[in-house]
Design a protein around this ligand. Structure first.
Ligand SMILES: Nc1ncnc2c1ncn2[C@@H]1O[C@H](COP(=O)(O)OP(=O)(O)OP(=O)(O)O)[C@@H](O)[C@H]1O
Ligand SMILES: [Mg+2]
Length: 424
């Protein structure tokens, strides 16, 4: 799948998911308001019935002239202005609400209609209404006095949660939709990851083909000359051709070995042959291997070995390869005269080895990919410096296997420093 195709799919799918989510949100709010209206209606009817019955007992006007007011979303007021009996009001309310299947907790109060003071108040819990744990009622009216005129108020403190609880179906459908969104996001993430890996692998194969072709061509040309006209060649040229074939063959062997090594590392667990290794000795030896390349470019490598505990328990071959990989990079990615410094230091976890160069450096945005297999910092279509993008992933694998770690510090055009920590 091409990149633009993936982008189109991503955009279309995201747009449709956003549309679906918005539709769900609109339906959710509509469903809530319908449920709320139904709730209000049930409460209004129940309170009207209670008011009618109360007013009938005291012989006042009917509730038709005194409709139920909704003061707030969960607060209902019947302005009865009548000398009603609190006990009767409470009983009737309980009965009417129960009849309309309103089993939620509510607070019931009677207010003095003259000065709005609370004269009787009671909290009635949800379904356990009949339980003895009901809190005591607030009673302020004095027995035996002339009956006062009351207004009746009812509050449903948990109205919102009750309505939300009744919208069960909507929660299931919203949950299902969110699952679809999550699944989609995960799938897209995987596709993009696979796509990136596929691109890296294509680059790798192109690199590999190119890298293998050069020595094969050189060996082919040299052996062709040797085969056709060996007698016309001076001993000096003859030995030059032999040397060329030998060195190109060595290059080929080293490259094939590296690729095979990475391939086998992928298929099975890395087996380490641990022994006591002197990191300082290993560093001196490994930097010797780089010396010919540095000499050719008049470069320099400085060793600043300050650690007092250079002995570690490690696989010397793998650690040496990893160190060489860092030195190889430091030389490869220094377009000017290479200037490399290796430092060691004691740290709490073991020994810290830093390989610093003053080469091209690496932009911050690319640094997090460096240790991925096949990754090479993009430099447009042309890579002046050849490589497979395997070196640093190998370094990371080796450090992980030793329970150490590797980090990078770098600034573009200023140089790079790789820090390895190996436990003692
Ligand atoms: N010292 C460095 N300075 C600047 N860039 C670096 C340095 N080391 C690594 N890089 C960048 O990180 C990339 C990955 O490095 P890595 O060693 O894994 O692969 P490579 O050098 O390209 O190939 P290989 O090591 O397999 O031959 C390189 O392609 C390069 O872009
Ligand atoms: Mg490398």
């Amino acid at each position: 799948m091409s990149r633009s195709k993936i982008q189109i799919i991503l955009v279309l799918a995201s747009v449709s998911l956003v549309a679906l989510l918005s539709a769900q949100l609109v339906w959710l709010t509509k469903a809530y308001s319908v449920e709320e209206k139904a709730f209000n209606h049930r409460v209004q009817v129940a309170l009207t019935t209670v008011s009618d019955q109360l007013l009938a007992t005291v012989g006042g006007s009917t509730s038709a002239q005194k409709p139920i007011k909704q003061i707030a979303s969960n607060y209902y007021l019947a302005e009865l202005n009548a000398p009603i009996d609190p006990a009767q009001a409470e009983r009737l309310l309980q009965q009417e609400l129960g009849r309309r299947n309103l089993q939620e907790a509510y607070e019931f109060g009677l207010y003095n209609s003259l000065d709005d003071t609370l004269m009787f108040g009671k909290y009635v819990p949800a379904t356990q209404r009949k339980l003895a744990t009901t809190p005591p009622a607030v009673v302020r009216h004095e027995e035996g006095q002339a009956p006062k005129l009351y207004n009746m108020a009812v509050v449903f403190p948990n109205k919102t949660s009750v309505i939300l609880g009744e919208m069960e179906f909507w929660w299931y459908s919203t949950g299902a939709l969110l699952l679809v969104v999550l699944f989609f996001a995960y799938t897209m993430f995987q596709i993009l990851r696979e796509k990136r890996l596929a691109e890296l692998k294509t680059d790798f194969i192109n690199n590999l083909t190119h890298e293998l072709q050069t020595p094969i061509t050189n060996i082919g040309l040299a052996s062709e000359v040797l085969r056709k006209r060996p007698e016309t060649l001076s001993p000096d040229r003859l030995s030059r051709y032999h040397d060329l074939i030998y060195s190109e063959n060595e290059r080929l062997r080293a490259q094939v070995e590296r690729v095979l090594q990475m391939a086998t590392m992928e298929s099975r667990e890395l087996v380490l042959k641990k022994e006591t290794v002197d990191v300082h000795a290993l560093l001196k030896e490994t930097s010797q291997n780089l010396a010919p390349r540095l000499q050719q470019r008049a470069g320099q490598l400085r060793l600043n070995l300050q650690a007092t505990q250079p002995l570690v328990h490690a696989d010397s071959l793998h650690v040496a390869n990893a160190l060489y990989s860092l030195l190889d990079n430091a030389e490869k990615y220094s377009p000017q005269v290479p200037d490399i410094e290796i430092t060691t230091q004691d740290v709490a976890q073991g020994i810290l080895i830093s390989v610093r160069d003053s080469g091209i450096g690496i932009k911050q945005e690319f640094q997090k990919f460096l240790f991925d297999k096949f990754y090479r910092v993009p430099t447009g279509n042309v890579h002046n410096v050849k490589g497979f993008g395997l070196g640093l992933s190998y370094v990371k694998a080796i450090m992980d296997a030793h329970h150490g770690h590797v980090t990078v510090e770098s600034a573009e055009q200023q140089g790079t420093c790789f820090n390895l920590v190996l436990p003692n």
